[in-house]
Design a binder for this molecule. Structure first.
Ligand SMILES: [Zn+2]
Length: 274
């Protein structure tokens, strides 16, 4: 859980700078992995004129501001998504280290939130959750569970299995129900299942970081978010927001405020302990 008391200092500042660089890499990963491109080669180019991005034009946030959001060569606009993703990732790393102090847990939390952010970027744009984020993230989460503090490796492993299993059941069960209640509807939407395989693998990653109870909370919060946001959004725009985006937001909420939310839900809503 994240302490709401933030302690600023040199370590969160360094973590924030590191986060800016991670954010710069996250831009590349979230755009290239969904279309099966390498993140190391070719080097970044301007999508308009094809010129290589020079190293001094690739400094997170700063270069975009100095170039006033335009390519040095063809002066075409560069998407504001690049500096925004860098800035957000930097703030996440600074924030988690300010909340957790210089601990292994701060590293785990920052990595988890970064992966969730990458997943929502890829899923929102391409409707794809790359295996590098989901399966790669699950392996990373299991590995980081061996660090002292926080979830242990058994909890992480069980979380990954439960995350995968629960979503697999929802996908299979949901498909079965959809096919009987609304025959032909899935085919109409051009999908063969009620939920994508990417979401299932993603929840294995979430489970590896937050454990089995965290999976339950993430699925619950994600469903509430989807219901609250999905209906209104679907009537405004025709563009579907993929489920992965809601699950990613819910995973972040679960990591940061899962424990107080659960306590509040059990006492205020369910009435346990009253
Ligand atoms: Zn250009």
């Amino acid at each position: 859980m994240l302490d709401l008391e933030l302690t600023p200092g040199p370590i969160p500042a360094v973590a924030g700078l590191f986060g800016l660089a991670i954010g710069s890499f996250l831009n590349v990963c979230s755009l290239r992995w969904p279309v099966d491109e390498s993140v190391v080669s070719p080097p970044s180019r301007c999508p308009r004129c094809g010129e290589h991005v020079r190293w001094y034009d690739n400094i997170p946030v700063l270069s975009w501001i100095l170039l006033r959001g335009r390519c040095r060569f063809c002066h075409e606009p560069i998407s504001i998504q690049y500096p925004l993703v860098e800035l957000t990732t930097g703030l996440v790393w600074a924030g988690v280290f300010a909340a957790q102090g210089p601990t292994p847990e701060a590293l785990r939390g920052s990595v988890f939130l970064t992966i969730l952010f990458g997943i929502s970027l890829s899923d929102a744009r391409f409707y794809i959750i790359p295996d590098q984020f989901s399966i790669g993230g699950a392996v990373l989460g299991l590995g980081l569970a061996f660090l002292p503090g926080g979830i242990d490796w058994k909890g992480s492993l069980i979380g990954a299995v439960v995350g995968y299993g629960v979503l697999w059941l929802v996908a299979v069960g949901g498909t079965w129900v959809m096919k009987r209640l609304f025959p032909g509807r899935l085919e109409e939407a051009g999908v063969d299942r009620a939920m994508g395989g990417g979401d299932i693998k993603m929840m294995a990653m979430v489970g590896a970081f937050v454990g089995a109870w965290g999976v339950a909370e993430t699925v619950f919060i994600g469903s509430v978010l989807a219901l609250l946001v999905f209906g209104p959004m679907a009537s405004i725009s025709k563009r579907l927001i993929p489920l992965g985006v809601f699950l990613a937001a819910a995973g972040a909420v679960t990591y940061a405020w899962g424990q107080p939310l659960l306590t509040w839900y059990l006492t205020a809503v369910v009435g346990v302990g009253r």
